[in-house]
Design a protein around this ligand. Structure first.
Ligand code: UT7
Length: 335
């Protein structure tokens, strides 16, 4: 069996910066509340018509492929993680295949929200391990701003999320002590509705219902989050899945060189940092600048940390995510 390793990373965020003060002009919120509860100072929002989830993913992917030093036609498979696809169907994986003008390789879309990128990495890793594919492109991209309730009614959710994309290229590694050492995936569907967007869907809110009701107060097509419940589960599951990954590889918390947690809330990252007694240089956070970009948050943060020289060859890098589903996961990487 082979291992897989990341050989190219890239990210793209829209130029349009939306500060907490900007949001306070749209809804009853304020900079102090947002920073105190989440750590977020600003986020990026796409200007409508300039970008979509797939085009941001393509921009991030181009950088990742160039840095990988391979030709686009050497990509054997595309994995795209998002909760905010351009279309209900088809998913954006095929749009990436088209827009990058890659030969007719397979493309799959992952619907695992905040942990979508970790699930994507895990999937790519299995394909590479088995020898089925050599080079796999994994993208996480989100355009939240077009689907948030930007009124006081939606403030508990809409101040948190931002737009952006990140991508990595994984390739075959023959040395089993390097690259992705293991991935760990979990879900708990008992809490499916605690962080969800119900409509349009073929469960509770059919498209036909929405059209028939034509109700301006229908919030079922905005995201819903039971914030405190999600927070409480997140801190437990983040810790568990990081420890599970370390234990599988006979590693200790002190072996971590860089932890890249999904950027859900700075308070969650700080809780984990203090629980694991990590120094500031052992964890990377950028939620202050970009908000929570769901499936894009880990690849954006990973790319930034790498660009800043905070990840070096031989480092133990841990990725961990928790979110809607609930789903959560980790990846243990020897860089
Ligand atoms: O990435 C996916 C995973 N997501 C997460 O991990 C998010 C986890 N949850 C959280 O990060 C936090 O629960 C939030 C940041 C979402 C909310 O913080 P909280 O401390 O749990 O606040 P809350 O929802 O309990 O609301 C407290 C108060 C409420 O007012 P009352 O009822 O006490 O009068 C809210 O109406 O804050 C109010 N509030 C706001 N006030 C100003 C809610 N949102 C806002 C806002 N600005 N944006």
């Amino acid at each position: 069996m082979y291992n897989s390793k990341i050989i190219g990373l890239g990210y793209f965020v829209p130029d349009n910066v939306v500060t907490n003060d900007d949001l306070s002009k749209l809804m009853d919120t304020n900079d102090e509340w947002i920073q105190e509860r989440t750590g977020i100072k600003e986020r990026r929002h796409v200007i409508k018509g300039e970008d979509t989830t797939s085009t941001m993913g393509v921009k991030a992917a181009k950088i990742a492929i160039e840095r990988a030093g391979i030709d686009k036609d050497e990509i054997d498979f595309i994995v795209f993680a998002t909760l905010s696809p351009d279309y209900y169907f088809p998913g954006p994986g095929v749009q990436v295949q088209r827009d990058l003008d890659i030969k007719t390789v397979g493309a799959i879309d992952i619907r695992n929200q905040c942990s979508g990128f970790v699930y994507g990495i895990s999937l790519a890793d299995q394909y590479i391990k088995s020898g089925m594919y050599k080079n796999v492109l994994v993208i996480g991209s989100e355009l939240h701003s077009g689907g948030l309730d930007m009124t006081t009614r939606g403030r508990g959710v809409s101040v948190i999320f931002g737009d952006g994309a990140g991508a990595v290229v994984l390739t075959r590694e023959e040395d089993n002590s390097k690259g992705i050492l293991s991935t760990h995936l979990h879900s708990e569907g008992a809490h499916a509705e605690e962080l969800s967007l119900i409509a349009p869907g073929m469960g509770k809110r059919w498209v036909l219902d929405i059209l028939k009701d034509n109700d301006p107060n229908d919030v079922s097509y905005f995201p819903y989050m039971n914030g405190q419940f999600v927070f409480k589960n997140a801190v437990v599951r983040f810790s568990e899945v990081i420890m599970e990954g370390l234990k599988t590889n006979n590693l200790e918390v002190t072996d971590i060189d860089m932890l890249i947690p999904h950027q859900a809330n700075l308070r969650i990252s700080q809780f984990i940092q203090s629980k694991f007694r990590l120094r500031d240089d052992q964890i990377y956070n950028n939620i202050m600048k970009y908000g929570n970009t769901t499936a894009a948050s880990i690849p954006i943060a990973l790319t930034e940390a790498w660009e800043q020289g905070k990840i070096k060859e031989g480092d133990l890098v841990v990725l961990a995510a928790f979110g809607s589903g609930f789903t959560w996961g980790s990846a243990i990487i020897r860089w």
